[in-house]
Design a protein around this ligand. Structure first.
Ligand SMILES: [Zn+2]
Length: 65
């Protein structure tokens, strides 16, 4: 029997059997798009927290000499 679920990205029927390497998505495209969104979002959240190379309060002395 064939098991299908709605693709989380586009809502089309997606094959949930082992034949579909991209499940739970319907296609490679939807899987990549969804993963890309997720990575983009986590980067955006992580970025302002710790990875600022030039902190605004430490710039004065280094540029003066
Ligand atoms: Zn899809």
């Amino acid at each position: 029997m064939t098991k299908t679920l709605e693709c989380p990205h586009c809502g089309q029927d997606a094959d949930m059997s082992a034949a579909n390497a991209y499940r739970p998505f319907c296609s490679k495209r939807c899987k990549l798009i969804d993963l890309g969104d997720w990575l983009d979002e986590s980067n955006r959240i992580a970025d302002p927290e710790g990875s600022a190379p030039g902190a605004p309060w430490s710039g004065g002395d280094e540029t003066a000499h």
